[in-house]
Design a protein around this ligand. Structure first.
Ligand code: MRU
Length: 346
């Protein structure tokens, strides 16, 4: 297996694979300040819920480094501002809020220490978030592999691989695991309009690893499902409500409806850090709307007429009734989701 390092923190710099440039060029984007991290998340240099969370955690470390020279009072004030900027980089993926809140707790717990010790404690916490993510994904992959049969044909949407996480991936992690355990699987990857995470990123990861796959336009999925060509659908998640409703890349909901009509198992694959225990249902999830240019242009070339208005939500919510199970590092959660999700808390 080839190792893809989407994120690396070395010598006070956060190095990110610039996901805007793949697959045509492999470039590293350097973040030297928390503002660079905010930019990288906003502009999708780094994207995918767990990767955004880990990047933001290192953003907090960079902020602490920058403000170490300040007086204590100013340090805490500026850290407060930096946390606010980072937490607001994108609105939907809860892993971002989860990671920044985890970092905030470290500041609060160590408030009486020397600033340099607070910085060290923050660095340690960010490293934990980073390292835990890989371990968690490997556990998810093992549980997920249980639902994959020999010779399974798997459909996936968006990118949930090593690029979207610190390593290994969630839904794509399950696919990796099934492939390496010799199950002779085949993957259909949706190209995932408009940002094309499927064709630019998932297809790139599949090719890197030699996993047998075909790339399809999003609108092909319905025909494949109806024709009995898909055994199971695996998608990631950006936020999961207590009742199991799941926000994920736009187009996921549509897939789930077709899967339900044709009785194809539909699994959400995500770490428990993607569960928002504070919201009851998907109605409370803020859906990010991105710029019209993502729809009107491809690679900077206009493909829609000047003057047309655009609606461009980046995510949609799949209702829990359409979900067969949620594959996490703690096992597979099945309906009734609320009851079983709440058990995870204890
Ligand atoms: O807009 P993106 O590319 O950040 O959206 C990513 C997704 O929707 C992924 O499916 C989700 O974050 C899960 S990644 C393991």
């Amino acid at each position: 297996m080839k190792e893809i390092k989407s994120i690396e923190f070395k010598n006070e710099v956060l190095y990110l694979i610039d996901q805007r440039k793949l697959p045509n060029s492999y470039e590293i984007f350097e973040c030297k300040t928390y503002r660079d991290v905010n930019f990288a998340i906003k502009e999708m240099v780094v994207r995918g819920a767990p990767a955004i969370g880990a990047a933001a955690a290192y953003g907090v470390v960079l902020a602490a480094k920058e403000f170490l020279k300040e007086d204590r009072e100013i340090f805490f004030k500026k850290m407060e501002e930096a946390l606010e900027v980072l937490i607001n980089s994108r609105p939907t993926a809860v892993n971002l809020m989860w990671a920044v809140k985890r970092m905030k707790k470290v500041i609060e717990k160590n408030k009486e220490l020397e600033l340099i010790d607070i910085y060290q404690a923050l660095k340690k916490e960010a490293d934990s978030i980073y390292l835990e993510d890989i371990e968690i994904n490997k556990k998810i992959a093992k549980f997920g592999n249980e639902v994959i049969k020999e010779n399974a044909v798997i459909l996936t949407h968006c990118n949930t691989g090593a690029l979207a996480t610190v390593g290994y991936g969630t839904a794509l992690g399950v696919i990796r695991e099934a492939h390496y355990s010799g199950k002779n699987i085949f993957v259909y990857a949706d190209e995932t309009r408009p940002r094309l995470q499927g064709s630019k990123l998932t297809a790139w990861e599949l090719v890197q690893e030699g996993i047998p796959a075909k790339l399809i336009a999003d609108s092909v999925a319905a025909t494949l499902i109806r024709d009995g060509k898909i055994d199971v659908i695996l998608v990631g998640a950006d936020r999961i409500a207590l009742n199991g409703d799941t926000a994920n890349k736009i187009g996921t909901f549509m897939l789930s409806v077709i899967a339900k009509v044709y009785n194809v198992p539909f699994y959400v694959v995500a770490p428990t850090s993607t569960i928002d225990f504070e919201i009851e249902s998907g109605k409370e999830i803020v859906i990010e709307e991105r710029s019209p240019e993502e729809i009107t242009h491809i690679n900077g070339v206009r493909i829609a007429p000047e003057g047309i208005e655009v609606y461009n939500p980046a995510f949609d919510v799949t209702p829990h009734e359409n979900i067969t199970g949620i594959i996490t590092e703690k096992g597979i959660i099945r309906p009734p989701f609320k009851e079983n999700i709440l058990k995870l808390r204890s």
